[in-house]
Design a protein around this ligand. Structure first.
Ligand code: BGC
Length: 899
């Protein structure tokens, strides 16, 4: 076996390569104890360069860390989790020799560490601010109803740390004055907090992260069980040191419950201690810096109180009038005080040096917008039962286990991809799960239950998100689609208001399905407000239709289709029909006044109005929709269809119009076969990408850079994300070939390659959604290395906060779900868009195996794919197409197919 040994001696650091017990190479660096920062890049680079063929790495030497072997703390107090750092850059497990000594052999130690790395998120150190905020987003726990950011209980809402309690669907509108104009924003409300715990020594002040010196701080999130753990060693102004330990769990099995276990230990003193815990109704929204100047008061306290060790707070959102009740029970008797908007509970005890004192707090959270009505009055007076943290944790872990059994994608040969795939699966399940979805009329927000960016709104991102639920939890996919169905009336009103027919879903959807996109948008680079036309992204309705269709193909849920799905498809089709305008001069239909997914292009140069004509993605997806509507005739009986058509008001003439439009929509295509993003796109100016890269470094928000220079992205061929190319993410290439042929256009055979190259040269990837789409497309045209690069960037996008601060405001559910989808659809090659399940794997080089399961039309399929074979077990006799050839799968028997 080959591995690296990284040893810290008093004066130097040695990095040795060890092969079969022999040192085969060695590098040494002087160790400057004051700060490791200078040597670190050299050390990391050496580790990286020496990593070829290693099984892992062993760290040894005095690390100075009081609590954990793997962390080196320099004399400045900066903590370096070297094991984590080296593991990430080499994609192999690194651990300290003390940790390795627990195992029988090195290979056992490496295997155990690798497994632990893929299931845990570990953070060491405390750097308040943006970075801390983003760690908190990544350490969020939740259960689809509740989202609790990954703060430890002694943290308060400051610019450095941001604890928050989010409840799915808890929206409120508030008015603010911006540049002398009244604007109304609908926000995702950060509700009252029951999560605070702090300690008082004798009669001193309450110690929090704000008034102590944090000497050591670690946090861990166990993705498998949803357990959050933190441990801090702190010192107050008088030199008294304490250890604070906390564990938190949001009960996955009972969405209304979460629990905290809290331990405090005096490390160098004995004194009377008081543990303080609050139920705080003064909390407001302030996660997103640029929204802080807006009105952030969203709820009022209706009532609050405490009795014995219990307390409650009853709040009501100011405009949406949603009532929330939070009830708590503490594990020891407390003395209670009511302050403005807050319940403060305290428990006193004599603390002895070195002794640990543990407390538990159980919280119940109810909101009256749950599907099943709740009686807040009755709940308020109901006695809270005593349930231990251990019991809640056991119950919740059990629920998590059932989720992992269905959703875990196991990758062999690539530890970090495995970890990030689990991270993404975890956060989607925090955002919505089968355990809570049936009780809720919500969908998945762009930033999960993790932060306040995009105000918790629901976008077309669902098109990236739904496949995850369709593969593994179709019942949740259905609930998410019902969120849209329940807002169909609002979508119809929106269409009518703008003189369209059918249903026009909002670009940003929240509480009631009305459009929540702002009319103005602030450019943070120059502080100026400008028109925001992003609501013209009418393609959101196509995403909803696509999701209904994909759900239908995979579930055959006739009842859903008959009661909701078909109606949605027809209403959306009606909308698109009414947007199409016949153009006498071209003898084709145009769709004007829309925007494609690329948000950098909102209007024509110098136009005073927003909107573009013939966005290729939109037009091609409209053709697709009209085809699917026509196909409904083959799948549903005429009586059922007639009933739904009558409800929608659809006539034969409408269906004939669909037929006409579907063959005559306009696309602009140049001589090389490039499909213009929209009509007139080719007339835009090119940009000097190299010059901008050199000047600004990070140019992913080219729109803002250009605006700050007094220019507009509307004038340039510069895209935020895949637009024309997005069509190829949704539909298979053959299908698009047909659409283009049906529209009577001819394209060269390699038009996809050409379009990919053309648009990639003009895309800044200003949305995290961009890279993952390009990962799929690059693989489609056989550009494996490019695909892998984009895929890896997408996998790391939140973990490394590659946009430099956006993760602080919540995770990106769209990209997270899309990485899981691309893993299955592109690399494992499973195509769930066809009537017959088909598979054509293209495993990345390093992956020796991928294993996962999915459910389709009630049949559970378990796959294990290597570079040569597909082993598949179906729960019920069925068939599968492998590289175009059909194989019969007997029930419950594993079949291995070479491909
Ligand atoms: C992207 C949109 C996306 C939105 C919410 C924007 O940055 O351009 O495509 O829907 O974020 O995630």
């Amino acid at each position: 076996m080959k591995y690296l040994a990284v040893t810290f001696h008093p004066e130097k650091i040695a990095i040795q390569t060890i092969e079969h017990g022999e040192i085969t190479s060695e590098a040494k660096f002087p160790l400057d104890k004051t700060s490791l920062t200078t040597e670190l890049s050299q050390i990391t680079e050496t580790v990286r360069l020496s990593a070829a063929g290693i099984a892992g790495g062993i760290l040894s030497g005095e690390f100075n860390a009081q609590t954990h072997e793997n962390t080196y703390i320099d004399a400045n107090g900066k903590a370096y989790d070297l094991a984590k750092l080296f593991s990430e850059i080499t994609n192999k497990p690194f651990l300290h020799e003390k940790e390795a000594a627990q195992y029988g052999s090195l290979s056992e130690a490496f295997a155990a560490k690798a497994e632990a790395i893929t299931w845990n998120l570990d953070y060491v150190g405390y750097e308040p601010g943006k970075e801390e905020y983003s760690i908190e987003s990544l350490l969020t726990i939740g259960n689809g109803f509740l989202g609790l950011r990954g703060t430890s209980p002694e943290m308060e809402q400051t610019s450095g740390t941001y604890p928050a309690t989010y409840i799915a669907g808890l929206y409120n509108q508030a008015e603010s004055v911006v540049a002398d104009t009244k604007v109304v924003n609908e926000d995702f409300v950060n509700n009252a907090s029951a999560g605070f715990l702090g300690v008082k020594i004798a009669s001193g002040e309450v110690l929090t992260f704000e008034n102590v010196t944090v000497m050591d701080f670690t946090r861990k999130l166990d993705l498998q069980t949803g357990l959050f753990q933190s441990r801090a060693i702190v010192e107050d102004a008088e030199g008294r040191q304490l250890e604070w330990k906390a564990e938190k769990v949001a009960n996955m099995a009972k969405m209304n419950e979460y629990a905290i276990r809290y331990t405090v230990r005096p490390l160098n003193f004995s004194a009377p201690l008081t543990v303080i815990t609050t139920l705080d109704g003064t909390v407001e929204n302030s996660n997103v810096e640029r929204y802080r100047s807006l009105n952030s008061h969203h709820y009022d306290v209706v009532d609050l109180g405490a009795e014995g060790n219990t307390a409650f707070i009853h709040t009501k959102t100011a405009q949406s009038q949603i009532e929330v009740l939070q009830k708590t029970i503490f594990s020891t008797e407390t003395t209670n005080a009511i302050q403005a908007g807050k319940v403060v509970q305290a428990t006193n005890f004599e603390a002895a040096l070195g002794e640990s004192y543990t407390f538990e707090k159980r919280v119940e959270v109810y909101a009256d917008h749950q599907q099943n009505p709740i009686d807040i009055k009755a709940l308020k007076t109901e006695t809270m039962s005593v349930r231990s943290f251990a019991d809640i944790f056991a119950e919740s872990s059990q629920a998590w286990q059932t989720l992992w059994e269905k959703a875990d994608i196991k990758v062999e040969g690539d530890m970090m991809s495995q970890k990030l795939l689990r991270l993404h699966t975890y956060h989607l399940l925090v955002s919505s799960t089968p355990f809570s979805s049936a009780n809720l009329d919500v969908s998945i927000t762009a930033r999960g239950l993790h932060g306040e960016a995009y105000r918790g709104h629901i976008f077309w991102d669902e098109i990236f998100i739904l496949p995850f639920y369709i593969y593994h939890f179709p019942e949740t996919a259905k609930q998410l689609l019902l969120y849209r169905y329940n807002r169909l009336a609002a979508a119809k009103e929106s269409a009518a208001r703008e003189n369209y027919d059918g249903a026009m879903f909002p670009w940003q959807s929240g509480h009631d399905g009305t459009e929540q996109t702002q009319l103005l948008h602030l450019n943070p680079m120059n502080g100026e407000w400008g028109d925001d036309y992003s609501r013209l992204q009418r393609h959101v309705s196509l995403a909803i239709a696509y999701n209904v269709w994909l759900y239908d193909v995979n579930t055959d849920d006739q009842a859903f289709m008959e009661n909701y799905g078909i109606e949605m498809l027809l209403e959306i089709a009606e909308f698109w029909k009414s947007t199409a305008v016949f153009n006498e001069s071209t003898q084709r239909y145009d769709i004007p006044k829309v925007m494609g997914p690329d948000e950098f292009h909102e209007a024509y140069p110098d136009s005073k109005e927003g909107g573009l004509t013939n966005n290729a993605y939109t037009n091609m997806m409209v053709v697709w929709l009209f085809e699917e509507v026509a196909d409904l005739r083959e799948r549903f009986d005429s009586e059922t269809l007639a009933k739904i058509r009558a409800k929608v008001g659809l006539t034969e003439a409408d269906l004939e119009d669909y037929e006409k439009i579907k063959h005559q929509l306009q696309l602009e295509i140049n001589d090389e076969g490039i499909i213009a993003q929209y009509e007139g796109y080719f007339d835009l100016k090119e940009i000097d990408w190299d010059a901008y890269k050199e000047k600004y470094g990070n140019i992913y928000r080219m729109d803002r850079i250009l605006k700050a220079e007094g220019k507009s992205a509307d004038d340039y061929k510069v895209s935020k994300q895949a637009d024309t190319l997005m069509t190829f993410y949704n539909l298979d290439k053959q299908h698009i070939d047909e659409i283009i042929r049906d529209l009577d256009y001819q394209l060269p055979d390699d038009y996809l390659e050409k379009n990919l190259e053309y648009y990639l040269q003009r895309t800044s990837h200003g949305s995290t959604l961009s890279r993952i789409v390009h990962a799929e497309l690059a693989e489609m045209v056989g550009q494996h290395a490019l695909s892998w690069k984009f895929y890896q960037e997408a996998l790391y996008s939140d973990y490394n906060d590659i946009q430099g601060g956006t993760t602080a405001e919540g995770i990106h559910t769209g990209v997270m779900a899309a990485t899981l989808h691309v893993t299955l659809a592109t690399y494992a090659g499973v195509d769930i868009r066809k009537q017959q399940l088909s598979i054509q794997p293209r495993l990345p080089e390093d992956w020796t195996k991928i294993a996962f399961q999915l459910v389709r039309r009630g049949v559970n399929y378990q796959f294990e794919i290597t570079a040569e074979t597909i082993a598949v077990t179906a729960s019920t006799a069925s068939d599968i197409s492998v590289r175009g050839k059909t194989y019969q799968l007997p029930a419950g028997e594993q079949i291995t197919i070479a491909y």
